[in-house]
Design a protein around this ligand. Structure first.
Ligand code: NAD
Length: 421
């Protein structure tokens, strides 16, 4: 493992600046170069690095100049949904591993380009899907692997987050989401719940998505928010947004499981990723924090309701070893600690020069849902075929890399070894 690696940062708005702070807390990381097309944001990146490390990174407004440096091992990119992929492709072509923050793809071609560039250059491309490392999702993964739910039949997930202000004020805040809601209509943000779902279902490793159907509701939420908060005269008050307030997507896998995703960001609501895991022996539901396991959850004869248990005690019992370790070392960082874990997984892969736990095929599958759902909606909710980005290798893949950040298995032995030392 390399003692130190040099990571360049591209895109330093809200997400990029928060992640930069956490990246600098990861062992073995140096940040000698920061970039944003806006000078004040690039300068903010410089200030963060200087404040946290005392070093002064070079500032770039053009990411291609940063990529031309030969002392950079990898790139962390937190630009907009429609710029991530081309920056990632350029980064790999420039000989750098790349990780980028989440978002969906605009075209299937974009996903293929990511896959082919990674295969041709030997550089990895990792979607930084932090929810794969959330405490609950990891405990549930552990339960699935121990057979608590039996054979998995159905899963749901969603991006259900009231973002009306962030979307509507996109121009004032120089934020990238607004134009997508104006012009597109689809499952714009599928990856938060799809990350954990793909790992539970073994997508790209013995399983794959084969088809998808999407349906969009009408769009009213943003107009109402804008009229209430910016006034009737604001130019977007009566704008005819393409993006439906609720977009529902159904996916089918080769092995027969079904998945339902919900995109819900433009109506008043509480946050939820609507995670649900259902198998032949029981069910977990994030909404209600409830779990029902046959022959374990108390069942009173004649109680047709079948009251669930609270998830809390199960989480303690099935805590993922990575989270046990993390809690003893001190959980820190954004989104309850999962941001630091996904960054640590990325940094470990760069230092080892090895395939990350979320690889380019996982990245392509998660991102492809966006443009496939747009196609389905545009065709009147027609089913659309899901590409196989592994070109058949999903039935016989090379083994995954085992380790503490592995998402394809719970590698208990790695934690035991550490404890013994
Ligand atoms: N995983 C998470 O929990 C999480 C949370 C928030 C945001 N995100 C994702 O992170 C990304 C960034 O989010 P944000 O809210 O900071 O978005 P933003 O639109 O505010 O910021 C994007 C930044 O990228 C810069 N940029 C765009 N194109 C560029 C280019 N060609 N060269 C250099 N800089 C460029 C912009 O100037 C801007 O500063 C998005 O994909 C978002 O979905 C993920």
């Amino acid at each position: 493992m390399k003692e130190f690696v040099n990571i360049g940062i591209i895109g330093i708005s809200g997400r990029g600046s928060g992640m930069l702070r956490e990246l600098l807390d990861c062992e073995g990381v140096r940040v000698p170069a920061v970039c944003d097309k806006y000078e004040d944001r690039a300068q903010n990146g410089f200030d963060i690095v200087k404040e946290k490390t005392g070093t002064e990174p070079d500032i770039y407004l053009d990411y291609k100049e940063l990529l031309a440096r030969d002392d950079i091992d990898a790139i962390y990119c937190a630009t907009t949904w429609i710029t991530h992929s081309r920056i990632a492709i350029d980064a790999m072509k420039a000989g750098k591993h790349v990780a980028f923050d989440v978002g969906g793809a605009a075209s299937i071609e974009e996903c293929w380009q990511l896959v082919r560039t990674s295969e041709e250059t030997g550089k990895f491309c990792m979607l930084l899907e932090n929810c794969c490392y959330d405490r609950n999702e990891m405990a549930i993964y552990n339960m699935v692997k121990q057979g608590l739910f039996g054979e998995i039949i159905h899963m749901t997930g969603g991006y259900q987050h009231d973002l009306r202000d962030e979307i509507s004020l996109g121009r004032e805040n120089r934020h990238g989401r607004l134009f997508n809601f104006q012009l597109r209509n689809g499952e714009l943000y599928p990856t938060h719940q799809l990350g954990p779902i793909t790992k539970v279902l073994g997508i790209n490793r013995g399983n794959r998505f084969v088809s998808l159907v999407s349906m969009a509701s009408k769009s009213k939420g943003l107009n109402e928010w804008i009229k209430k908060n910016k006034g009737e005269d604001y130019d977007l008050a009566n704008y005819d947004f393409n993006q439906g307030d609720i977009v529902t997507t159904m996916l089918k896998t080769a092995n027969g499981e079904t998945v339902v995703l919900t995109h819900d960001c433009s109506l008043p609501r509480h946050y939820s990723r609507a995670y649900r895991v259902q198998g032949t022996k029981g069910i977990y539901m994030e909404d209600g924090n409830s779990i029902y396991i046959e022959d374990r959850t108390e069942h009173v004869e004649g109680d047709w309701m079948h009251h669930p248990d609270s998830f809390e005690s199960y989480r303690e019992e099935y805590e993922h070893p990575l989270w046990k370790k993390y809690q003893t070392e001190g959980v820190h960082g954004g989104h309850g600690g999962m941001d630091f874990l996904v960054l640590s997984a990325f940094v470990e892969s760069v230092r080892l020069d090895a395939v990350p736990p979320i690889d380019v095929y996982d990245t392509a599958v998660m991102m492809a849902v966006t443009c496939l759902s747009e196609q389905s909606i545009a065709l009147g909710s027609a089913p659309v075929a899901f590409p196989d980005f592994t070109n058949g290798m999903w039935i016989d893949r090379e083994p995954y890399r085992r380790g503490i950040f592995c998402l394809d298995e719970v590698c208990n032995d790695f934690f035991e070894e550490k404890e013994e030392k």
